[in-house]
Design a protein around this ligand. Structure first.
Ligand SMILES: Nc1ncnc2c1ncn2[C@@H]1O[C@H](COP(=O)(O)OP(=O)(O)OP(=O)(O)O)[C@@H](O)[C@H]1O
Ligand SMILES: [Mg+2]
Length: 242
């Protein structure tokens, strides 16, 4: 009989994660033993100075980047233990990623961009496009589905990228500065959509941000410095006068 590893109760369990980038004879150490645990249902915001390793860490969590050391489980799976092909399938099924640069495909309409994860997952084009249009409406882009990304503002492109990350209802949503190109009010609205992931007890979100106006939507604020998790704090109290 096949035995499977006992399921961990954590959405993310990262222990001593290390990463260095080697180019020619220079080596830049990005992560020096980062530890992070995220529970199912949690939204964690990751903050820290430029270059401290935030993008590196979330790319490793999402199975997009290989680590050099340490242990990782994301909903019980170490992405690095999978073959490249199996890891790609795992990512498509379970991970939503909003990149720091939005990574939209310029030759596709925005509805087609949002529909990609569904089509890759075997959903029919027609159903995928219908769901994409709904996801675009959620981020305030109703009626724009036929536009190409280059006709949209930076903030609108960012919202397309968020719709694309959410359309598959991923277990883990990872966002890199999702409100950087948005004005305060839009950023707030979009983060509320992102934070809904936390209402599902079996999903989780990790959001890199410098935007203090959205901190109250987190369950915890994780501070990074120089390749490590420095300290973890509660979110600020919500100001009900806002
Ligand atoms: N592909 C790469 N090749 C070489 N060095 C890299 C690469 N990606 C990142 N680095 C280096 O690794 C360190 C951590 O980078 P990372 O992008 O994880 O930081 P960050 O916290 O996301 O910064 P920012 O807030 O500016 O986005 C930096 O010193 C960076 O220069
Ligand atoms: Mg970054």
């Amino acid at each position: 009989m096949m035995t499977t590893a006992p399921p961990t109760s954590m959405a993310i369990s990262a222990r001593g994660v290390e990463k260095a980038y080697v180019t020619g004879d220079t080596k830049v150490t990005a992560l020096r033993g980062a530890n992070l645990e995220v529970k199912p249902g949690e939204i964690v915001m990751l903050v820290g100075p430029s270059g401290c390793g935030k993008t590196s860490l979330i790319s490793i969590l999402a199975g997009l980047l290989a680590r050099d050391g340490g242990d990782l489980e994301v909903f019980g799976q170490d992405p690095q233990a999978l073959s490249n092909e199996a890891r790609t399938t795992w990512r498509r099924e379970h991970i939503g990623f909003v990149f720091q640069q939005f990574n939209l495909i310029p030759t596709l309409t925005i509805a087609e961009n949002v529909a990609i994860p569904l089509v890759l997952h075997g959903v029919s084009r027609r159903d995928a496009c219908e769901r994409a249009v709904l996801a675009l409406a959620e981020v305030g882009l109703e009626g724009r589905q036929a536009s190409r990304p280059n006709l949209l503002s930076g903030g609108q492109q960012q919202r397309v990228a968020i719709a694309r990350a959410l359309v598959n209802e991923p277990k883990l949503l990872v966002c890199d500065e999702p409100t950087s190109a948005l004005d305060g009010q839009t950023g707030q609205r979009i983060m509320e959509i992102v934070a809904r992931v936390g209402r599902y007890g079996d999903r989780a979100g990790v959001v890199v941000t410098h935007d203090e106006r959205i901190f109250h939507l987190a369950d915890r604020i994780v501070h990074m410095d120089d390749g490590r998790i420095d300290r973890i704090g509660p979110p600020p109290r919500r100001n009900h006068h806002d």
